[in-house]
Design a protein. Sequence first.
Length: 202
Amino acid sequence: MTQKISELLEAAAGRALPVVRGIDDGQLGDRTPCDEYDVRGLLNHLFQVVVNFQALAAREEADFSQEPDFVRGADAGADAGSGDWRRRFGEETARLVEAWDAPGAEEGTAGQMGLPARTLGLMVLGDLTVHAWDLARATGTEFDPDPGVVEAVGPGLAALAPKAREMKVFGEPFPVGAGATAFERVLAVTGRDPGWRRPRSR
């Protein structure tokens, strides 16, 4: 039996939340495996994805044209609510799960490209899982993805990879050996080096 997207998202969020909550404000400017993003930029991107895919589940318009600063206030100290973005990430991922659990969310097509709704659900599932790994590696946090999530997203991301590379969303596939794990293969398909480690402090 095919597992529901909402159940998979709940499992993925459960692995991502400790990573996000464990990020220190002092790490927001650190590099990540995504060359175009530091930690703050990647958090903002992930927030944007989580919020917009709530809209897509409900067949509403999604706006990826601008990346809002969800992590605002993080430099101002606790009195300015610097931890609010950590709490909000938990709230928004819960809304994402709820949106994809709604009746009919996985049926038909959605989004401007008219993709099958379940394909879109697998896309946000992949983003949530892969970017959680990105953030974990960038901040020195352990991350162990849910095996069921990895099994679900692997074939979908591999199928989407050629188009994603055309759109500059994925990099060229990273070469991995025959002994690579299923998740290492997922990372490699997206153009990531599964062995990436954050630069050592001088």
